[in-house]
Design a binder for this molecule. Sequence first.
Ligand SMILES: Cc1cc2nc3c(=O)[nH]c(=O)nc-3n(C[C@H](O)[C@H](O)[C@H](O)COP(=O)(O)OP(=O)(O)OC[C@H]3O[C@@H](n4cnc5c(N)ncnc54)[C@H](O)[C@@H]3O)c2cc1C
Length: 336
Amino acid sequence: MSRNVAVVGAGIVGLSIAWRLMRDGVEVTVLDGGEPGAWQVAAGMLAPGGESAFEHPALGRLLERSAQRWPSFAEALGVEVGYDDSGTLSVAMTADDVAEAARVWTRQKLPLLRPSELREREPALSPRVRTGVFAPGERQVDPRRVVAALREQLSTHIVTKKVDKVEEVGAETVVVAAGCGTAAVTGLPVRPVKGQILRLRGEPGLIRHILRATVDGRHVYIVPRADGEIVIGATQEERTDHAVTAGGVHELLRAALELVPDLAECTLAETSVGHRPGTPDNAPLLGRLDDDGRVIVAAGHHRNGVLLAPITADLIAGLVAGAEDPMLTDFSPRRF
Ligand SMILES: Cc1cc2nc3c(=O)[nH]c(=O)nc-3n(C[C@H](O)[C@H](O)[C@H](O)COP(=O)(O)OP(=O)(O)OC[C@H]3O[C@@H](n4cnc5c(N)ncnc54)[C@H](O)[C@@H]3O)c2cc1C
């Protein structure tokens, strides 16, 4: 059992690990360079049943197990973090959109709802919506609130420092959880996947569920928060820049307004960009990097870092304590 651990990265993953270690009685320090993290823009959907879960069954199990941990994780934080289990309506507009969305719906084994049933659940939906499904297992949390809660509890453990190499960190064990920054620190293949995302402000209650849609071939999601914030996301671009583009904003707003015309009355409160930490197989890197076990990696969570934070914290805290969960085998950072 290592009693002295440095965590590199104060994003949602690094902080969750550090918090768990602190609660286990481990002496933990978090080193963060102050770069923007993906958590700052993330929508906070906790959606374990997406396409990636079918393409990578081990990842599907990891997502599912983390989703199950979210209610107790949110409660243990001790403050309101926007955890909401109203579920998701996934809908489609044109016949082509229905055909595409149906691939996922069939795998999820969810019954198709008629337009009238959809609008009963979600009165603000456009009459153009043809069909959809209700996914009760998909929840949400506000990542900004989660990180604020974790930072508050870890405030005396966080140091502002950009780490260039793991060798410069003196702790007994180093956990690298630096999101996209993990590539520079470890040499592992973590690439930034740009996402543009919007935040509107409207009447609380205008939208009751998370909405996911395929609108004229474009994927969009709308995440309503209890306080009237409405998150619309997100583009997915293999780019490293931070530009909010006219095309990106247009694409998201066009799809969202097609889906819920009343959104036109909302204020456009924020446009932002973040970079998801992607890996060659888009599954996370979790485990020991070297033979002596001093360096542990917890990165590459791509589109699901918020969802995967609780299970990542548990698995990595277990490793620090000397217990290697068999689940880690499929996510070894040494697989590349
Ligand atoms: C538009 C968008 C929408 C998203 N929506 C969702 C969603 O709905 N649900 C979901 O589960 N996930 C979502 N994600 C993905 C999620 O945000 C990421 O998977 C998650 O933030 C990864 O967490 P992290 O802590 O590994 O990295 P980050 O959140 O990126 O944090 C990395 C931290 O490491 C620090 N750092 C980097 N390099 C160094 C260094 N060398 N030294 C010290 N510190 C360093 C940075 O300063 C930063 O604080 C979304 C992402 C984007 C971009």
